[in-house]
Design a binder for this molecule. Structure first.
Ligand code: ADP
Length: 859
């Protein structure tokens, strides 16, 4: 603390609502309003040397919203030792500026950005320096300024006053009272030592302010302290206030002692018990059984259960009341009743009039494409609108992962203005998971559906039962049939996932809507319109900050994903966004933590810091939330993702479109197309031969149907061995002295189905003829023993898969021609589709030089 302070003739003014800053006191202010933020920015933050501002008390008796000009400028204020006590006197509605204030210097500044608004705020720690008079207050400009004159005593004035006998007497009196206060406080806490030092070192007229500032007095008293410009007046005022404070501490102590002495043992116990109860209530573990049961009963009553349930519940409740808490069954009975009263019997999301156009808009806004699917959903909703109580079927979305099944369901919920709950049934083996356990079972729990209802707390949510095909059955019952029971009388639930493994009776209750995979063009559009904005938002970034150009998205689609849906595309985009966020966080400017903190080392301040938590330094960390990052760094130019960044973040490309060429290198290998739960897939078939006894070995987790296809294929090839020029003459056994091994790579994935028939034959012909199959060609089709090629399912998905792998030619059964209408023209334009009626047609197309058999016949 400097002994004399030079004040400029003009100061920026920060109003201090219903509080006073006294010289020597330290306050911490949080500035959030535009005016105060501007003031701090221009007067303190941007300055190199220590800035000085004036703190002017303002009497504001009106509600903040009624006097925006002033209440705006001071936001949250806090004072060294608590605030003033008369801030809520509501006498008049206007604002008074005091004409005397205190110049203050910033000890510490910190800047923060509020989430999510991005508003800049400052926390300023100020030290009061000396009084001033306001000569002229100017309200022009963004914040107030004032022409001022200092009220600080000059050196000569000070010397004069120090020799004044009245002053000497008053200072002695003040010091004695202050000393007394310190010793009383010392008994309570051990902070006196340093304060005593203060008494010796700081000039007494300053001490007066410091002491008064450290305890709670009314605004009026604070003002009169501020107005005590004359040193003698100030000292006597301070002595009076310190003395009063001292007395009040003494009185409070006396009362406590008295009360303690008067309490009898039983009263003490009672008091302790009351306290314990209060603590327990506060902690939420009230075990006072009686109260507890009464509370439970109240809860049951207000749950609004239907009549028949209520009867059951109240009977159970009576039974519970008679039981001891330790008794077996007590807790499960209680848990049951708790659950019953927690369920949303009456609480429902408000039913709005269903506007189909709004629903359509919602679906269109959330999802690109999927025209047919959306149409089906709208039809479904239309039926519900016409006949709200119709037991409409349950919707069942079927399709590979990441095609938007879950998000469609949540859009339906949004369109209906209902809550949405997703219940995953993957891995559920126990029917109790669906139906719930028997109530008497120890540790019994409700089924997942009821649990879901309890969680969303409304009785009419849109429920998504995810992975319904992944339930299994074992000794503990069959979840699927439990589900059937649960779902049958219900409606407006949404179902999700693959059609195949859902038991037919269950499937029967559902309206299946298939969602096929997307083409790369569709994926690109989905990414640009939906995924990128969402990913940026999730990472607190915006396009002003990070841009992912179309070409880079295409690159990610081609080289880093090979899926029917867009889930891993979304994941990859998120990885890019994360990397960008990290980059931002790294180059984040370091916020100057303190400006001019040397004042902090004075014993006075140290003491205060220990005493009062309110003065402690607080630095709002920057970039706590990602959102802050973009808000803070909006000015910097956007980071544009390029190929180098893609490779750096996502690693070397995973797919390059040359995979088939690299794998189809020897005779015996052929590319097939299959349909899996992940959509269409490319499936390699590898055949190999070795010395043996004419056996056929099959590996790759194959199901019965595919094994039979292999048998059929081998039989067909053997029967035509001579025609195909695989043996020199008819009747010679192709398998003489050798075994055949056929393997379907990706050995861990179970495979089944008839559609590998043509691929198996082609692989075998290639193996025996020692000619390579064209690596740019993939095929699918079932084959009869006589060589007819039969149509298969999932054509669109399979063709999309071939396209993803960069395959150029696809051989399909002729009868699948009709399915090509479903395939997007942009994909078809890049593929040569070859239709086959018989196996010979397939072989003709599969080899560079055509079918060996045809060649033979040409000769
Ligand atoms: P599923 O439930 O079919 O496995 P999700 O619904 O979880 O897939 O979809 C994965 C992600 O892809 C979600 O973020 C979803 O919003 C997005 N998505 C999928 N299809 C589309 C689409 N047609 N338009 C916009 N976003 C889509």
């Amino acid at each position: 603390m400097a002994d004399t302070v030079e004040l400029p003739s003009r100061l920026a003014i920060l109003p201090f609502k219903n509080k006073v800053l006294l010289p020597g006191a330290i306050i911490r202010i949080r500035c959030t309003s535009p005016t105060s933020v501007k003031l701090v920015e221009q007067e303190l933050w941007q300055r190199e040397e220590k800035g000085m501002i004036g703190i002017l008390p303002v009497r504001d008796t009106a509600a903040a919203s009624e006097t925006p000009t002033v209440s705006d400028s001071v936001d949250q204020t806090s004072k060294v030792h608590g605030g003033s006590s008369d801030s809520n006197t509501k006498v008049q509605n206007d604002v008074h500026w005091h004409n005397r204030g205190v110049a203050a210097r910033a000890l510490h500044l910190s800047r923060g950005v509020e989430k999510p608004s991005g508003r800049v705020t400052y926390i300023v720690v100020l030290e009061g320096l000396c009084r001033f008079n306001v000569q002229e207050l100017s309200t022009r400009g963004t914040y107030h300024t004032a022409k001022i004159s200092s009220l600080e005593m000059t050196k000569t004035e000070m010397e004069q006053v120090e020799h004044d006998p009245d002053f000497i007497m008053l200072s002695r009196q003040f010091k004695a009272t202050a000393m007394e206060l310190i010793s009383v406080l010392e008994q309570k806490q051990s902070t006196g030592g340093r304060t005593k030092v203060l008494l010796e070192t700081v000039p007494v007229h300053k001490l007066a302010d410091i002491f008064v500032a450290s305890f709670e007095i009314s605004f009026e008293e604070q003002l009169s302290m501020l107005d005590s410009v004359d040193a003698k007046v100030r000292l006597s005022k301070a002595t009076e206030l310190v003395d009063r404070h001292l007395q009040s501490i003494r009185v409070a102590e006396k009362i406590t002692q008295k009360v303690e002495g008067q309490l009898s043992k039983s009263q003490k116990e009672f008091l302790l018990r009351q306290q314990m109860k209060a603590i327990k209530e506060e902690l939420g573990d009230n075990d006072d059984e009686e109260d507890d049961l009464a509370a439970l009963e109240r809860k049951m009553q207000s749950a609004g259960m239907p009549q028949n349930t209520w009867k059951l519940a109240i009977r159970e409740f009576r039974r519970l009341k008679k039981m001891q808490p330790q008794q077996p069954g007590y807790s499960s009975s209680r848990a049951y009743l708790e659950l019953l009263s927690d369920l949303p019997w009456q609480k429902a999301s408000k039913e709005h009039e269903l506007y189909l156009r709004a629903a359509q808009e919602r679906l269109d806004n959330d999802h690109y494409g999927l025209v047919k699917v959306k149409q089906r959903i709208i039809e479904y909703l239309a039926v519900r609108k016409l006949k709200p109580d119709a037991r409409g079927p349950v919707l069942c979305f079927v399709g590979p992962p990441g095609v938007g099944k879950t998000s469609l369901a949540s859009s339906i919920a949004a369109a209906l203005d209902r809550k949405f709950v997703r219940i995953s049934l993957g891995g559920v083996k126990d029917e109790a998971d669906i139906r719930g356990h028997r109530r008497t079972y120890i540790g019994s729990m409700p089924g997942r559906l009821i649990d879901g209802l309890k969680k969303v707390a409304v009785c009419n949510p849109v429920m998504l039962l995810d992975e319904i095909d992944k339930t299994g059955s074992d000794v503990r019952g069959d979840p699927a049939s439990a589900l059937l029971e649960v779902l049958d009388p219900e409606q407006n639930k949404t179902f999700n996932d693959q059609a195949q493994p859902i038991p037919p009776p269950l499937l029967d209750r559902m309206e299946v809507i298939e969602l096929p995979g997307y083409t790369p063009e569709e994926k690109l559009k989905i990414a640009m319109r939906h995924l990128i904005p969402r990913v940026l938002d999730q990472h607190g970034l915006s396009s002003e900050f990070l841009q992912i150009p179309k070409a880079m998205v295409q690159l990610v689609i081609q080289r880093y994903t090979r899926e029917a849906g867009v889930r891993s595309l979304e994941r990859n985009l998120a990885a890019l966004a994360r990397a960008a966020a990290v980059r931002v966080a790294e180059q984040e400017q370091v916020v100057p933590l303190s400006k001019g903190v040397e004042g902090l080392s004075t014993p006075l301040l140290e003491n205060r810091l220990v005493d009062s938590a309110e003065v402690e330094m607080e630095v709002i960390p920057m970039g706590v939330n990602n959102r802050d990052i973009s808000n803070t760094f909006r000015i910097t130019s956007p980071l544009v993702v390029d190929e180098t960044m893609v490779e750096k973040v996502l690693g070397p490309p995973k797919f390059d479109g040359r995979e088939t060429a690299e794998r189809v290198v020897t005779p015996g290998i052929c590319v097939g197309l299959v349909w899996t739960t992940f959509g269409g897939e490319v499936q390699f078939v590898e055949a190999s031969t070795m010395v043996g006894k004419g056996e056929l070995h099959l590996t790759g987790q194959l199901g019965d149907v595919i094994k039979e296809s292999a048998q059929i294929a081998l039989t067909w090839v053997r029967a035509r061995a001579a025609d195909l020029k695989l043996t020199s003459a008819e009747g010679i056994n192709l398998l003489e002295g050798r075994d055949i091994h056929i393997h379907f790579p990706a050995g861990a994935i179970p495979k089944d189905g008839p559609s590998a028939g043509v691929t198996l034959v082609t692989a075998l012909v290639s193996l025996f003829s020692k000619r390579k199959v064209r690596s740019d060609t993939a095929m699918t089709g079932e084959m009869t023993l006589r060589g007819l090629v039969l149509p298969v399912g999932g054509i669109k998905d399979k063709i999309l898969a071939a396209h993803r792998y960069g395959i150029k030619r696809v051989i399909l059964p002729e009868k699948n021609l009709k399915d090509l209408v479903e395939v997007p023209p942009s994909v078809l334009a890049n593929l040569e589709i070859l239709l086959a009626k018989r196996m010979e047609d397939v072989l003709e197309q599969a080899f560079d030089s055509g079918c060996p058999w045809r060649q033979n016949s040409k000769l």
